[in-house]
Write a protein of this length. Structure first.
Length: 222
């Protein structure tokens, strides 16, 4: 007897959102890409907060103490979603070459360049993080997206003045200065609680990311 063809669940954004939620992921955007042969719809996935961190720290990838825990977790979990829904998985790591996640995020209509030049997301604010994406052959109908960046209606723009050394500002990002500050005693608040600029964003403040997760990323950044 021949191999039976794979049967996948009916693909809708709602069905994928429900399934991703079980792994504390959510849809962070969707687009019809023009740079991926055979892919009609690309779905971007990010951490669903609150709730992502408590589940992640119980994962085998976090508990084994080996490097790149969150990337290995993403490969396993999003790879399983791809298998389940008959999709192709894409990740922002593993290069070079690297997939253009920043451009995909901008093209999704749910992320924009912030006043400090970092991506800002309509749900995650400056805490936006893409753990991976699923590519589907079908060209799905996508929901209407916000017409403009939330930064346009943010009167105070606290991100512009939150960095104590102005390493992140409207002039861009001075990465060497940032890292030097983080290694000093004065940078302890950023190291343990997350970047002050990212935390200052009003959307970030409502996202629900815990300080321990931000500290994990800050340590990896250094």
């Amino acid at each position: 007897m021949g191999t039976e063809p794979a049967v996948f669940p009916q693909m809708t954004l709602a069905a994928l959102e429900i399934r991703a939620d079980k792994s504390a992921l959510e849809i962070f955007g969707a687009l019809h890409p023009t740079d991926l042969e055979g892919i009609g719809t690309l779905i971007l996935l990010g951490p669903r907060e609150p709730g992502f961190w408590p589940g992640f720290i119980q994962s085998p990838e976090y508990r084994d103490g080996n490097p790149d825990a969150i990337d290995r977790w993403s490969t396993r979990v999003i790879g399983a979603l791809a298998d389940e829904f008959g999709a192709k998985a894409f990740f922002p790591f593993g290069g070079p070459p690297y997939h253009p996640f920043i451009r995909w995020a901008l093209d999704s209509g749910r992320a924009w360049q912030s006043p400090v030049h970092l991506l800002v997301h309509d749900r995650a604010g400056l805490f936006v993080s893409y753990r991976g994406a699923l590519g589907f052959a079908e060209r799905l109908t996508l929901p209407l997206q916000p017409a403009a960046s939330p930064c346009n209606s943010c009167a105070d723009r606290p991100c512009l003045t939150a960095c104590p050394i102005a390493a992140l500002s409207d002039r861009g990002y001075d990465v060497p200065a940032c890292k030097s500050f983080l290694r000093s005693d004065a940078g302890d608040d950023c190291m343990t609680g997350g970047c002050l600029v990212r935390r200052a964003c009003p959307i970030s403040r409502g996202y629900g990311r815990v300080a321990e997760q931000s500290a994990f990323h800050m340590k990896a950044f250094l």
